[in-house]
Design a protein around this ligand. Structure first.
Ligand code: UDP
Length: 250
């Protein structure tokens, strides 16, 4: 596939939290939200960018909910349940994308071979090169981490140019903008800033991996129409996190 001149990123990891598939403040999967996000992914894909989606599962279940002495489900079990939730979301997203004509493959780090291919790095790259949207489910297939870590891990091994972290707010703020009206939106941050200011962007393991391998992250509001394609084109959108010396390329 030839790359259009205005394409900034050749290959991206799009990290979608499970909540992005649900109606605001609700759990489960919303057909309307799925259709909206699928339409945005289609636009970004049409720009010629290779897209691998890492799906979360928080709209259904997060393993950490079951931590603590009184939990009826062991925490490790609960994390596996969380991984299965990401598979459920991925199957839904696959059908939503294919309904609008996008070729897809669901791959899973957790074996579920009736519904998804197992994740094999070279095969995933081949799918991407053939223009398929690859939906990565099951996180990294191990408990006690989140799909943010999976996004960082897959970005490294699939040699993605950037992690596009889709959120419901415009980027990274100094405080929760939904609670504090004076919270400041950052244009740019270093990995160290995120860790020392304890900014809630991605989990610390994911940030540490990205820091070690200089993998940039763009945190942006996917609810604003056209933002995924803007992010792929490298337009100024959201908060860019990376090595300060790399930022002039932003
Ligand atoms: N999870 C896990 N290992 C992984 C990825 C996910 O154990 O490699 C579990 C973990 O319990 C997590 C849940 O799956 O909380 C759902 O993923 P996540 O919380 O990242 O979903 P999101 O917040 O993005 O919706």
């Amino acid at each position: 596939m030839s790359e259009p001149a205005d394409l900034r990123y050749r290959r991206v990891i799009l990290k979608l939290s499970g909540e992005s598939l649900a109606e605001s403040g609700k759990r489960g999967i919303s057909g309307t939200e799925m259709a909206t996000i699928s339409g945005q992914i289609k636009l970004a894909h049409a720009s010629g960018c290779q897209i691998a989606v890492v799906n979360g599962g928080g709209n259904i279940l997060r393993g950490a909910q079951f931590s603590g002495a009184n939990a009826t489900v062991g925490e490790a079990t609960a994390h596996y349940m969380g991984m299965l939730a990401t598979v459920i979301n991925s199957l839904a997203l696959q059908d939503a994308l294919e309904a609008i004509g996008l070729p897809t493959r669901v791959m899973s780090a957790l074996p579920v071979d009736k519904v998804a291919e197992k994740f094999i790095r070279r095969r995933a790259i081949r799918h991407l090169e053939k223009g398929r949207v690859v939906i990565l489910s099951g996180g990294i297939g191990c408990p006690f981490v989140t799909t943010d870590t999976a996004a960082a891990q897959r970005a490294l091994e699939l040699d993605a140019d950037v992690i596009l972290k889709a959120t419901r707010v415009d980027g990274v703020y100094s405080d929760d903008p939904e609670i504090n009206p004076h919270a400041v939106l950052y244009d740019q941050l270093s990995y160290q800033d995120v860790l020392t200011k304890k900014l809630r962007v991605m989990d610390a393991t994911a940030i540490a991996l990205c820091n070690e391998h200089r993998k940039p992250i763009l945190v942006f509001n996917f609810k604003r129409e056209g933002n995924i394609v803007r992010a792929v084109r490298g337009e100024t959108v959201g908060t860019w996190i990376g090595q300060p010396s790399d930022s002039q390329t932003q």
